[in-house]
Design a protein around this ligand. Structure first.
Ligand SMILES: O=P(O)(O)O[C@H]1O[C@H](CO)[C@@H](O)[C@H]1O
Ligand SMILES: O=c1cc[nH]c(=O)[nH]1
Length: 289
């Protein structure tokens, strides 16, 4: 195996990884990712102990324990371009010897849990509810740059989705949740297929002032149904998280706190209170799993 070069894997002067500013010992095997850097403290305030607080740019990390379980919570910022950085650097922290720049002979698998906000696309999914992504279609480009293994049924689902889209030249990919982690943490919760969009406004069917070039995209997403599977919600990270986690051998599950219902044009009256409630519930699921 070859040594990874100084420009492929960049380290800071103290040996920490370039963007996350973390050392291998700084992270737990259970990692919670959130988009909003301010949400990191909203999660870690529930911990019994906090051993570490570090950050750089939008990537804020706290590591501590809850009921004896060591947990890291880390903010990714918005979008799958940031997921590329966070997942490659998290993986390097656990699977590459940063001193020799060689891949470890024993690979570690992290349990990665996203707690994010999202908009529902179906009228029957209530605002302020919690939904788990069983899989995600990425309308962003991230996973077109990585090798991805797909099961036959996933290929069929993706083909059906591609043929259901209007002819706008979009190139979706599909990635499933980490099955073992989903079964442990969320088997009893409502599940659905998530769309990961490369933006918040026109890419999620919003019309403000800039004119959309993709009219009808939301309707085709809402109407998509393949073998009883439908698309439930929109956000901006899950497909990249699922795709890269699978490529790197980690388990990932994405919890979506539904703040908007796009079919009914309703937005949550208490976004932070609802997030607070679900952070507590998801942490309980993690420590009791
Ligand atoms: O609340 P977070 O985790 O940031 O997630 C959602 O909210 C952001 C957009 O407002 C996007 O990152 C989207 O995925
Ligand atoms: O509608 C929404 C709400 C939260 N986050 C998104 O990306 N979309």
């Amino acid at each position: 195996m070859e040594k990874i070069s100084e420009t492929d894997l960049i380290l800071n002067a103290d040996g920490s990884i370039y963007h996350l500013n973390l050392l291998p010992e700084d992270i737990a095997d259970t990692v919670i990712t959130v988009g909003d850097p301010d949400r990191v403290g909203e999660v870690s305030k529930h911990f019994d102990t906090i051993e570490l607080k570090k950050g750089k740019r939008e990537f804020i990390t706290h590591t501590g324990t809850l009921s004896g379980k060591r947990i890291t919570v880390l903010s990714t910022g918005i979008g799958t371009d940031n997921i590329d950085i966070v997942f490659n650097e998290l993986d390097a922290l656990v699977n590459i010897d940063l001193k020799t720049r060689m891949v470890n002979s024993q690979l570690r698998s992290l349990n990665i849990i996203r707690i994010g906000t999202s908009g529902a696309v179906q009228a029957d999914i209530p605002v302020d509810s919690l939904l788990v992504s069983e899989g995600a279609f990425g309308l962003d480009a991230l996973m077109h740059y990585y090798m991805q293994d797909m099961m036959d049924e996933e290929k069929l689902l993706l083909t059906a989705f591609i043929s259901a889209l209007p002819p706008y030249g979009l190139k979706p990919y599909f990635a499933p949740a980490g099955g073992r982690l989903l079964a442990k943490l969320a088997h009893d919760l409502p599940q659905g297929i998530t769309i990961t969009a490369p933006g918040f406004y026109a890419p999620q069917g919003r019309q403000v002032r800039a004119q959309s070039l993709t009219p009808g995209l939301m309707e085709s997403i809402q109407q998509f149904n393949y073998a009883g599977k439908r698309i439930t919600n929109l956000e901006m990270e899950t497909a990249g998280i699922y795709g890269l986690a699978a490529s790197l051998g980690h388990q990932a599950v994405s919890f979506n706190v539904i703040l908007a219902n796009r079919a009914n044009h309703v937005f949550s009256k208490d976004p932070s209170g609802v997030m607070e409630k679900y952070i507590g519930e998801i942490l309980q699921r993690i420590v009791s799993a």
